[in-house]
Design a protein around this ligand. Structure first.
Ligand SMILES: [Ca+2]
Ligand SMILES: [Ca+2]
Length: 196
């Protein structure tokens, strides 16, 4: 993102988000062992499946309300058609992962399956990225090897205004420097923001 230009925003400015885009993002609703609202591709039972388990459980778990991705290596993914179909939109993704026993999940669109990031550990993962696809598919996909990962919830929201996590200010610096084109920059020209 280093090449992008951002408007200066005041300190403490909060990221502004659109509404939740994911249907059944908490995986509370299931039909025939597939999560409602999601398309499931690549199931080949018993060694490759998306199935309902409990939080913290892996494949074969008997609980409810979480989504387990299990494969011996064959491609498998779930998707929802929720992204801007023309691409180029910035999204904030929050995924709670409660179980990992090998493998990774890629979070992206169907052209760049990792444009939002990769999940390979438990915890709450906050990802930000821009969809690249000329299409609207958001997908969660196993990325390669044998995988056994459980997700408790997924949130996808469009970012309308960028947030500022931290201001990397050099305004206390005295004097000036020249940029690469020879223009004189004063410290007030050079307040640098670190964006999340
Ligand atoms: Ca299933
Ligand atoms: Ca859940």
């Amino acid at each position: 993102m280093a090449s992008r230009r951002y408007k200066r925003l005041p300190s403490g400015h909060k990221e502004q988000l659109g509404p939740e885009l994911v249907v059944n993002g908490d995986f509370s609703a299931w039909t025939a062992d597939n999560p409602d609202g999601w398309s499931v591709f690549g199931e080949s039972l018993p060694n490759t499946e998306v199935s309902e388990v409990g939080s913290g459980e892996g494949h074969g778990g008997t609980g409810t309300g979480s989504c387990n991705f299990y494969t011996t290596g064959v491609n498998i993914y779930t998707s929802q058609d929720i992204l801007n179909p023309f691409g180029g939109t910035r999204y904030k993704i929050v995924i709670k992962c409660s179980f990992v026993s090998g493998g990774t999940l890629s979070i992206g669109d169907d052209i760049n399956s990792t444009c939002f990031g990769i999940i390979s550990a438990t915890g709450i993962h906050t990802l930000r990225g821009i969809n690249e696809n000329f299409g609207n598919i958001f997908q969660i996909k196993r990325t390669g090897a044998a995988t056994n990962i459980t997700i408790d919830s997924v949130s996808v929201k469009e970012i309308f205004v960028e947030g500022v996590d931290e201001i990397l200010s050099i305004s206390a610096q005295s004097g000036s420097i020249l940029d690469r084109w020879g223009n004189t920059l004063t410290p007030t020209d050079m307040t640098v923001y670190k964006f999340s």
